[in-house]
Ligand binder design. Structure first.
Ligand code: NAP
Length: 282
């Protein structure tokens, strides 16, 4: 049976670093603050908002929620958003996406102040990541994957890492983060040929296809450390992309729930406190 790589101890360790830095910010007269910006009441947005609020409340991290009606106009939202963006007491902005189709999401995300862009919405942050700048805020999920691997001391240098996802929130930025750790990275997607052969031969497999139990044990081998990023539901029960029978063959696997998701929202707070700390140091 494979080892379960739980997210909770990883999140706890990150959280203690955040608490220390919050205290350092306060000593310099800066109260770290996150703005949670939501348009409409999509259930997944509301669920994520509750998760982020709980993460904040657990450690006394200040936040403000800005909830706008589903039918807000582009012009009105731009005005409201620019006020939040310019507010000097706010250090990180989380804007739930996708925005309603009437709103120009690409334009709006490009407005986010890169210093407050804690969830990597503005392409400016991705370009910082691409060129290896230390002040980049990578998308939280991709960073959570690397944090879990490091916490459990999974060797990254020279490792063959296969990422099954090429989205801008996961696969592409994660490839850059893994390259930074000197892994050899292969990105796979829906047109990849003979995917199970590629995953079986990898040291690390990151799955983010968004299909419940898509990968069964035939896709894995005893070499694999599997990081399951997928969030899917079967009869209302959350499940990952990886079938539980993978645990019979792989070396290690993250559970869903209780794996990557529990680390992701903590990374968001770390980005916000880092932003506040930069501000505190002017
Ligand atoms: P996405 O944009 O839909 O990307 C899915 C990726 O999977 C695409 O690259 C797609 O390939 C690939 N794919 C789909 N079917 C495939 C198949 N049969 N074989 C190989 N590759 C396949 O989704 P996303 O926003 O990146 O999210 C991915 C998953 O992660 C979702 O389940 C989401 O809920 C979850 N997620 C989890 C967290 C967390 O904190 N745990 C955070 C964010 C997202 P193509 O590019 O060829 O279409």
């Amino acid at each position: 049976m494979s080892t379960e790589l739980h997210g909770t101890p990883v999140a706890d360790k990150i959280r203690s670093g955040i608490v220390e830095k919050m205290a350092m910010c306060r000593m310099k007269g800066v109260e770290p603050m996150i703005a949670i910006v939501r348009v409409g009441d999509r259930p997944d947005d509301v669920a994520y908002e509750i998760q982020v609020r709980r993460s904040c409340e657990k450690i006394g991290f200040s936040y403000k929620v800005f909830a706008f009606p589903e039918d807000i106009t582009q012009a009105r939202f731009e005005v409201e958003f620019s006020i939040i963006n310019a507010d000097p007491t706010i250090h990180g902005i989380l804007l739930f996406r996708p925005l309603p189709a009437r709103l120009d999401e690409a334009y709006l995300t490009s407005l986010v102040d890169p210093e407050k862009d804690i969830d990597c919405m503005n392409p400016e942050n991705l370009s910082r990541l691409f060129v290896g700048r230390e002040d980049a805020f990578p998308p939280c999920t991709s960073e959570a994957v690397v944090e879990i691997l490091k916490y459990y001391k999974v060797p990254l240098e020279g490792a063959n890492a296969v990422v099954v996802n090429r989205s801008m929130v996961l696969g592409k930025p994660l490839a850059l983060l893994l390259l930074k750790e000197n892994a050899t990275v292969t990105i796979c997607h829906s047109r990849t040929k003979d995917l199970p052969k590629i995953t079986r031969e990898a040291d690390i497999v990151v799955s983010g296809v968004g299909k419940a139990r898509y990968f069964d044990k035939t896709c894995f081998s005893e070499k694999n450390t599997i990081i399951d990023v997928g969030i899917n539901f079967i009869d209302g029960k959350m499940t990952g992309d990886v079938d539980p029978n993978a645990a019979e063959v792989a070396a290690a696997v993250t559970p869903v729930p209780g794996g990557v998701g529990s680390v992701t929202s903590t990374i968001l707070l770390r980005h916000a406190v880092d932003s506040a700390w930069r501000k505190a140091n002017g």
